[in-house]
Design a binder for this molecule. Structure first.
Ligand code: HGY
Ligand code: MN
Ligand code: MN
Ligand code: MN
Length: 396
């Protein structure tokens, strides 16, 4: 199963993955999902928002146990972030069937659309739409760097966008959601454990900084005459690191767009995207405020116009103790419980249904990079743990 998925959307140059929502690579991943579902005689469907579901039992009955994750990636992402959760879901079903287990509740494997937000700039689009955290109007306003809107991209990929929007009936059918995910850090590697249980997802968000200056000739414009937005952008990036250290947070400017983007032209506009996260809301507020203050001070001194737009925000997610404790009961009280700074579809769903996450050890701790890793034995341990959890939840 893993071998048939692995080559899809992989860059020969970087070894990373480029599986962006509603592109050809995404279509190949979706076909893979459908084939896995049909090979297991599961009831396959695509919901109005483009999420894929593979059902066992009566999907209308409610109280379903659902597991899965996402198949899309960040630019040059790793092999495990997302796919490990979907592959493990199908493999856990295979394991449960080999144990002769009978399901007492409906069961489904899910692939949530566009979790990374790599193409349209918003993470967890599929799960936000299902849960009503993203409205149809907001979804219709999303567009990629080429100006293609989300609905246009969906339509071009063969999915009718007319019905996108909240799906409360579907949400009501879910009794529990469990997402298995490769750890995006080294806590399990350091503790020597293969599997962990998530306690919380840090509050986090994305802010767009637009630095507007004055385009001019790189060779003939005196330094004193410049209004160079790149300078204020650079100062803001340095401030982000300083403020993150002060606040015990993390802050990253990982994406930039420059106009007119010429080697010999002082930019007219520099657009930078800030990803900021902290273990608690106070820390997040502090780092975000500190960065913006530093940016505005420098912009004022340099005659730069600065606009800051919060593009997305996810409050802290404390996974429901009940389900989390149930997982600890199933997997053993010694199973490490750890927080994460990474966002997940489980974080979105947790506001609506009992939700839990399992982490699988990542020996490099690196993620959103081709260096992301997970040992085969640990992946097998993850499947067994997920199967145990599903057996405990769905096969009473
Ligand atoms: O950005 C995140 O934390 C997630 O990987 N989408
Ligand atoms: Mn990710
Ligand atoms: Mn992920
Ligand atoms: Mn010239």
């Amino acid at each position: 199963m893993w071998r048939s998925l692995r080559p899809i959307g992989r860059s020969a140059a970087s070894g990373g993955y480029r599986r962006y929502a509603w592109t050809g690579a995404d279509a190949d991943c979706r076909l893979w999902f459908r084939m896995q579902a049909e090979a297991r005689r599961l009831d396959y469907e695509v919901d109005r928002n483009g999420n894929q579901w593979a059902w066992l039992g009566d999907r209308e009955a409610g109280d379903a146990v659902v597991t899965g994750s996402h198949l899309d990636s960040v630019p040059d992402g790793g092999a495990f972030d997302g796919p490990l959760g979907v592959v493990s879901a199908f493999a856990a079903l295979d394991e449960l069937r080999s144990r002769g287990v009978r399901f007492a509740r409906p069961f489904a494997v899910v692939n949530f659309a566009d979790e990374e937000g790599a193409r349209f700039g918003l993470a967890c689009v599929g799960s936000r739409l299902v849960s009503g955290q993203l409205t149809r109007e907001q979804a219709y306003a999303l567009h990629d760097a080429d100006g293609t809107s989300l609905p246009e991209a969906m339509e071009a990929a063969g999915h009718d966008p007319a019905g996108i929007g909240p799906d409360p009936e579907r949400l009501a059918r879910i009794g529990a959601f469990v997402e298995l995910h490769v750890e995006q850090g080294r806590a399990l590697d350091l503790s020597g454990d293969a599997i962990g249980i998530a306690s919380a997802i840090w509050p986090h968000g994305r802010w767009r900084y637009d630095f507007a200056g004055e385009a001019n000739h790189a060779g003939t414009t005196r330094l004193v005459d410049r209004r160079d937005p790149m300078l204020t952008y650079a100062e803001t990036v340095l401030a982000a690191r300083r403020e993150a250290e002060l606040a015990g947070a993390v802050a990253t400017f990982g994406k930039i767009a420059v106009e007119p983007n010429g080697v010999n032209a002082i930019p007219s506009l520099v657009r930078g995207w800030l990803d900021a996260r902290a273990a608690d809301q106070a820390g997040l507020d502090a780092v975000v405020a500190g960065i913006e203050t530093a940016a505005r001070d420098h912009a004022a001194r340099q005659g730069i116009d600065l606009t800051v737009v919060r593009e997305s925000f996810t409050p802290v997610v404390e996974f429901a103790h009940t389900l989390r404790d149930e997982l600890a009961g199933i997997l053993g009280e010694k199973t490490p419980v750890l927080g994460t700074g990474a966002g997940h579809d489980a974080g979105i769903l947790s506001a609506h249904v009992p939700t839990a996450m399992l982490f699988v050890r990542n020996p490099t701790g690196v993620s959103h990079s081709p260096a992301e890793a997970a040992a085969e034995d640990d992946c097998v341990a993850g499947v067994r743990a997920l199967a145990d959890v599903l057996e405990g939840l769905a096969c009473r």
